[in-house]
Design a protein around this ligand. Structure first.
Ligand SMILES: [Zn+2]
Ligand SMILES: [Zn+2]
Length: 341
């Protein structure tokens, strides 16, 4: 395939329009894909709107991509044509710096993002993908369910692993949305005792269906007081602001609040709220390719599945509107080929 056809954004906040471009020839370490599915991450909305001042137009968004390999560069020996693979936020790294050598490729300063300065996955294909970032999908996961795991899934799985969540760890998940509903499932599957925290009390039943043992309404002062010093790790996934001091109060000694959402009003707390109990606030963003592969295997083994709603790629603007209006339950998946896999 040399011509790739998809939907591009021409100006900030505008609807996407049909768009074609010529794919670059493959370098020796690269692969090209025919895309079957691409789900919508909140970061796609930020890029369309140029919220981070890094967007160059026109560009095709999309970085939760599943497809099959159509072509391999000469040096790619570990993948095959027709193999099913996924691509997440990152499409390449330098493979030479200290971070790459330590297998922390997601910290590489010379990495490229899948759809920043490049065309992404709301299209029938994608080329020039560093083969290290084309991750094989386990047979047991459908392509539609695999897509949201490639960014949303690793975003919650990685901090749970890095911060040692295991049997008996008391985990809190703030926000029950695209990230939160996966965090509840992963943490439960790791053996943690999981508490869902949300400002929407009606989400308690759904949270339980994703494995949460407890539910706390963030607006219920009595329930919040009762939960003081009860959690080891809190994953902050909410898009709305919840005061950091409220979350620190829920932590046990040496507990951590892990921020994986870019909420702005979050960071208000006094020194004593950290000092007492030696608590930490940490960040996390995606994960290296080996951990993405581990996450996919874990999801397949423990039946961790995103809750999805599918639409044809041609309805991309309707799907984006649902994400913008918080109507997605919980991840919108664009079907590119119409194949029901
Ligand atoms: Zn994303
Ligand atoms: Zn590097």
């Amino acid at each position: 395939m040399s011509t790739i056809t998809g939907f591009a954004c021409n100006n900030p906040k505008e609807d996407l329009r049909p768009f074609s471009y010529e794919a670059k020839p493959l370098a020796a370490h690269e692969v090209a894909l025919q895309i079957t599915h691409c789900s919508i991450c909140h970061s796609d909305i930020h890029l369309i709107d140029n919220d981070w001042q890094v967007s160059r137009y026109p560009f095709i968004p999309g970085h939760e991509i599943v497809g099959t390999i159509t072509a391999l560069g000469d040096d790619v020996k570990h993948l095959q044509v027709d193999q099913r693979v996924g691509i997440g936020w990152q499409r390449s790294s330098c493979h030479r710096c200290d971070q790459c050598v330590a297998r922390n490729e997601h910290f590489c300063m010379r990495q490229q993002a899948t759809c920043v300065g490049n065309h992404g996955g709301f299209a029938d294909g994608i080329a020039a993908i560093d083969s290290a970032f084309a991750i094989p999908i386990p047979d047991y996961i459908s392509s539609a369910h695999a897509a949201p795991l490639l960014c949303g899934g690793i975003t919650v799985f990685s901090p749970l692993k890095v911060h040692g969540v295991t049997t008996g760890t008391k985990v809190g998940v703030v926000g029950i949305g695209g990230l939160g509903h996966l965090a509840l499932q992963f943490a439960t599957a790791m053996g943690a005792e999981v508490t869902a925290l949300s400002g929407t009390a009606s989400k308690a039943t759904e949270a339980a269906s994703f494995g949460a043992s407890h539910f706390i309404d963030l607006n219920d002062a009595t329930a919040m007081r009762k939960a003081t010093s009860s959690l080891d790790v809190i994953l902050y996934t909410a898009s709305g602001a919840v005061a950091l001091s409220k979350m620190l109060a829920l932590l046990r000694p040496h507990g951590k609040v892990c921020v994986i959402s870019g909420s702005t009003d979050l960071m208000q707390a006094t020194p004593n709220e950290f000092l007492m109990g030696e608590k930490s606030v940490v960040g996390s963003m995606i994960g290296p390719p080996a951990r993405i592969a581990e996450m996919l295997e874990f999801a397949a083994r423990h039946n961790v599945l995103p809750q999805i709603e599918s639409m044809p790629l041609a309805q991309v603007n309707d799907a984006l509107a649902k994400v913008r209006n918080n109507q997605a339950r919980y991840r919108m998946v664009l079907e590119v080929s119409g194949k029901a896999t």
